[in-house]
Design a protein around this ligand. Structure first.
Ligand code: PHE
Length: 448
């Protein structure tokens, strides 16, 4: 169904909202700990390569589908390839977003709880003097993290049920630049800690001996995760774009911003890890132990920490909105009368499905599925299987089902780039992307 003529009110608004979906826990929470458990610098370099090469290409592919059709994530595929099964890509995107939000909101809840605690100053100065222990005691407190998890989902539902364009667009325009500034302050403090250089080396100097086939799949998954790719969210967001907008420029700005944040996050976290003698491979709790420690070394640290957590919460929410939005837009078939009901029912079901992920850090901590917790397995399924799979299908769909002339027209509209750029993009989406993703999959399965 058409999107009722809704449009972003300005190009920068769209870029910030799409960047808001992209920038979130992926770059700030997930990248540091996944890099930390997968060899540091080498992981980061591979992630960067995948982001610049495949990420940008796929982002443009999703934009082309969205703007060409102006339809939601399922209808868009139906319009381009009627009477076929290709809209399964949209359905896969909706299911993946649903599962992703179920554990994303758990971490969103941790940030909410950290933020609330930071307001009373209880974070920069833990009674035990041990930030790892503090994190452990917070997340095994089921009622607190449960309430925060629910609180995070309620905020997401409340915003999405009202139609998000104006709200997200306006808030993103204000808060994203603030997040950059606070990050810069944090990086400066982190880099000037004693022993910081060891962290910089860990993060920026690749040690190729650590690279395995899993590292490559993880880096690929991380690249898609941090650009919100493979789930047709970018199809949805670009369906609200006007024909005047330059897709290439928007895509490069979004990739540029999210890479910038990823580098800043690494430079903020790893020096702190080494300066405080922590372990880079401690997993999902990494930023929750390192950040309060770094802030506690700063003048007015608790004020800055609260501000930082508020902005991180915001970055997390803008990603969560996009995840719930795609579920609501498709299940309500873009019917405004059903939006409210769908936002509440889907949002609450996602919350319930997220409970085992939440309990993975407490009551269900010993419940292992194939050797890992429910939370970690669900994250693995979504990030390393479903996102790359969605991206693979999109990279097959676009050159197969859309004509070359339509693609060129859509991609280069309002852009001053020539057909040379189009050719490079076309070859990447048609050959390089599907082959690279397929190799990464087969490699991990041990087939290649
Ligand atoms: N890109 C978001 C982040 O980095 C997560 C996300 C993935 C959001 C896929 C939407 C779709 O936090």
């Amino acid at each position: 169904m058409a999107n009722r003529g809704e449009q972003w009110s300005s190009k920068i608004g769209f870029i910030l909202a799409a960047a808001g979906s992209a920038i979130g826990l992926g770059a700030i929470w997930r990248l540091p700990y996944v890099a930390g458990t997968n060899g540091g610098g080498a992981f980061f370099v591979i992630f960067l390569l995948f982001t610049l090469l495949l990420g940008t290409t796929l982002l443009l592919a999703e934009f082309v589908i969205g703007r060409r059709t102006n339809k939601n994530a399922i209808q868009a595929y139906k319009e381009i390839a009627p009477n076929s099964l290709w809209h399964g890509i949209g359905i896969l995107g909706v299911v993946t977003s649903f599962l992703l939000l179920s554990f994303y909101s758990v971490v969103g809840g941790w940030i909410l709880t950290y933020f609330i605690r930071s307001l009373t100053g209880g974070l920069t100065d833990p009674a035990t003097g041990d930030f790892g222990e503090l994190f452990g005691s917070i997340i095994s407190n089921h009622w607190e993290v449960g309430a925060a998890h629910l609180g995070f989902m309620l905020i997401t539902i409340l915003i999405v049920q009202g139609g998000i364009q104006k709200g997200i667009e306006r808030a993103s325009t204000l808060m994203m630049p603030l997040l950059f500034i606070l990050f810069l302050i944090l990086v400066i403090r982190s880099l000037t800690l004693e022993g910081a250089m060891e962290g910089v080396t860990f993060f920026l100097q690749p040690d190729w001996s650590e690279v395995t086939s899993e590292t490559i799949l993880f880096a690929l998954g991380q690249a898609f995760f941090s650009l919100s790719l493979g789930v047709s969210i970018m199809v949805t967001y670009s369906s609200y774009l006007s024909k005047k907008d330059d897709l290439v420029r928007s895509a490069t700005s979004i990739v540029g911003l999210s890479v910038f944040i990823a580098v800043l996050a690494g430079l903020a976290i790893f020096p702190g890890v080494f300066a405080f003698g922590l372990e880079p491979d401690e997993g999902p709790s990494l930023i929750f132990t390192v950040l309060p420690a770094v802030f506690s070394e700063m003048a007015f640290g608790s004020v800055f920490l609260s501000m930082f957590l508020a902005l991180l919460l915001f970055a997390t929410l803008t990603s969560a909105f996009s995840l719930l939005e795609i579920v609501v837009a498709t299940t309500s078939k873009s019917d405004p009368a059903k939006r409210k009901k769908m936002a509440w029912s889907m949002g609450l079901i996602i919350f319930l499905i997220g409970i085992p992920s939440n309990l993975s850090f407490g009551l269900l901590g010993e419940w292992l599925i194939f050797g890992d917790t429910f939370f970690n397995q669900l994250d693995f399924l979504v990030s390393n299987i479903l996102l790359p799979l969605g991206a693979l299908l999109i990279s097959i769909f676009v050159p197969l089902k859309m004509s070359k002339s339509a693609l060129q027209e859509e991609l280069l509209r309002s852009s001053n780039l020539g057909s040379g750029f189009f050719q490079v993009w076309f070859i990447t989406i048609r050959y390089i992307a599907p082959i690279a993703i397929a190799i990464a999959f087969l490699n991990v399965l041990g087939i290649l």
